[in-house]
Design a protein around this ligand. Sequence first.
Ligand SMILES: [Zn+2]
Ligand SMILES: [Zn+2]
Length: 280
Amino acid sequence: MRTGQSLFRGGGIVLLHLLVLAALIVGTQAADWWVFAGVYPVAAIGVGVAMHRYFAHQAFRTSRLFQFALALMASLSFGNAVHFAGKHTLHHRHSDTPRDVHTPLQGWWQCWLGSLIDCGHSEDEIRREARRYFELPELVWLYRHGSIPALVLCALLFAIGGFSMMAIGGCLPSVLLLHQSSAVNYFCHCRGSRAFATRDQSRNHPVVALLTYGEGWHNNHHRFPRSARAGMRWWELDLFYGVICLLEALGLIWDVQRIDKHRLQAAGVGTIGTKYQQGV
Ligand SMILES: [Zn+2]
Ligand SMILES: [Zn+2]
């Protein structure tokens, strides 16, 4: 069963890359890139805000309807919000130990792609960690059929604008977001600075943070996993937190988890890492 799933995931990842490459070689239209400009931000929010900060860490609360909308956004790039919530909880619990399936200590390949092809955990383990979502039939359906929304999107784009629109508008966001997430998993556990003395090897990496809209402030995140905000200092740009504030202002989400200054200081910000030692 697991070998079959791994082949499906591995084959899917290769196919997505090949489709994008083929479109870039054969040629694209301006309309393809306009569609990309519309799909990519929604899919990126689906990964960073929905899948990571909400489903895995419950950084805010929302209605059942908007929760489903968030899960759908995550699935636009073949993400599976409930599965990710289970897997990512295990990453935080076992970070940089032999039980962490995508620590760089297991090598670049396993960290960047191997853990996406075979997540390294049984379905029972994943379901146990994400059990709060299994009471909701709409999320159970999406857990079992997580690829359908992205496939429907690709089919629609193919029908509207042909092969290049499907590849650039439907597949390219998934390819980019896959590598952005893996960059966090890899670089933010072996390069960069540490603001907090966490038990793992998590790091803050400004370049990765810029390329992942705030997700690269990963040492901050490992210290305060439930915080809606990963960039703790004013200069630690965190666009996803901006999106969360916007959704809060619109009344779509509430109970946003924030860390106040006193808790930050009590947690020892400034104890490790050159930038922080200088009191910036
Ligand atoms: Zn991590
Ligand atoms: Zn996390």
